[in-house]
Ligand binder design. Structure first.
Ligand SMILES: Cc1cc2nc3c(=O)[nH]c(=O)nc-3n(C[C@H](O)[C@H](O)[C@H](O)COP(=O)(O)O)c2cc1C
Length: 266
C-alpha cells in the first residue's frame, strides 16, 4: 500500500482521533474531582461573602465549618425539613437549585402575574444557611435568582437575625455584560446593600433598586439602592428577583414561622 493512499490516510486520521479522545476523556475524568471541589469552594466563598464573613488569610472552609449551618427548607410551609426526612435527591449536600427548579415533582409553576423574577417555576425546597455567633443565630443567608437582560442571575442575600435588615448581597453566576449589567459584581455597588431595610413595619417588602442614584438625604434612602448605569434591564431584574424571594412566593412563609422582628437588631 503506497504511503499516501486514501486508506492509509483514513487509518492514520482515525488513530489520531482515537488517541486524542482517550487523552481528553482521561483528562476530564482526572480533573472532575478538582473541578467539583473548586465549585464547592466557590459556592462557600460566595455564601461567606454575602454574609460579610470572609477574613483575609483565614481558610474559607474553616470559617464556613465553624460558623455556618445549612438547612433544607420547605418553601411552601416555611418549615425546616428534619434530617431524617432527607432523601437521595433532597438533602443539603447534593442540593442543586437548577435540578430542583426544573423537576416537576419538586417544583411548582408560578402564575405569570406573580412571576416577577421571570423564573417560571419555583423550587418547593431550598437550602438556606444560618450564621452562628456562639450558640445564637446571627444572620441568615438565602439563595436568590431571577432574570436579568441576557441571563438568570444566581446569588445570595444575607439578612440579619431580625429578618428585616439586609447584611449583604452577592451573585455567583450570571451572563450580564461586563461594565454594564455585570456591575452587579462591583464591590462598591454591593456594599450599598449592607444595613438597608428590606421590610416596612407591616412586613411589606420595601427594598428598592431604583433607576439612577439614591438621594442620601432622603428618608427613603435606608431602603433604596442605586440602579446600574446604562443597565436598566439588569437593574429591574435585580429589583424584581430580590422582591420575589423576600415576598410570599419566596421566603415569606419562613419569615412568618420565624416571627420576623422578634430579634431586635443591636
Ligand atoms: C452590547 C450591549 C450590551 C448590553 N448589556 C446590558 C446589560 O448587561 N444589562 C442591561 O440592563 N442593559 C444592557 N445593554 C443596554 C440595553 O440594551 C438597554 O439599552 C439598557 O438596559 C437601557 O438602560 P438605560 O435606560 O440605563 O440606558 C446592553 C447594550 C448593548 C448594546
Amino acid at each position: 500500500m503506497s504511503s499516501d493512499s486514501t486508506k492509509k490516510t483514513i487509518i492514520v486520521a482515525l488513530g489520531i482521533c482515537l488517541v486524542c479522545s482517550i487523552l481528553v476523556s482521561s483528562a476530564a475524568v482526572a480533573l472532575s474531582k478538582i473541578q467539583n471541589e473548586n465549585k464547592e469552594l466557590d459556592k462557600i466563598t460566595n455564601i461567606l461573602s454575602a454574609g460579610d464573613l470572609l477574613v483575609e488569610g483565614k481558610p474559607v472552609r474553616e470559617i464556613y465549618s465553624k460558623s455556618v449551618m445549612s438547612l433544607l427548607l420547605d418553601l411552601n410551609t416555611g418549615e425546616v425539613v428534619p434530617k431524617e426526612n432527607y432523601t437521595e435527591e433532597l438533602n443539603v449536600e447534593n442540593f442543586n437549585i437548577k435540578d430542583i427548579a426544573f423537576d416537576p415533582q419538586l417544583s411548582s409553576a408560578i402564575d405569570s402575574k406573580e412571576d416577577i423574577a421571570g423564573i417560571k417555576r419555583k423550587p418547593n425546597y431550598m437550602v438556606i444557611y444560618e450564621v452562628l455567633k456562639g450558640d445564637e443565630i446571627d444572620k441568615y443567608i438565602l439563595p436568590i435568582y431571577g432574570k436579568g437582560l441576557w441571563s438568570t442571575l444566581y446569588g445570595f442575600i444575607a439578612l440579619d437575625k431580625d429578618l428585616k435588615t439586609i447584611k449583604g448581597l452577592t451573585f455567583y453566576e450570571h451572563g450580564e455584560t461586563p461594565g454594564l449589567g455585570g456591575e452587579v459584581d462591583n464591590p462598591k455597588w454591593k456594599a450599598q446593600w449592607k444595613d438597608k431595610q428590606a421590610f416596612d413595619e407591616n412586613g411589606e417588602v420595601i427594598i428598592n433598586v431604583i433607576k439612577g442614584i439614591v438621594d442620601r438625604s432622603s428618608s427613603s434612602a435606608n431602603h433604596q439602592i442605586d440602579g446600574l448605569s446604562g443597565s436598566t434591564i439588569t437593574t429591574r431584574g435585580v429589583d424584581n428577583l430580590v422582591k420575589f424571594w423576600l415576598g410570599n412566593n419566596g421566603y415569606g412563609r419562613f419569615f412568618e414561622k420565624q416571627g420576623r422582628g422578634t430579634h431586635e437588631q443591636v
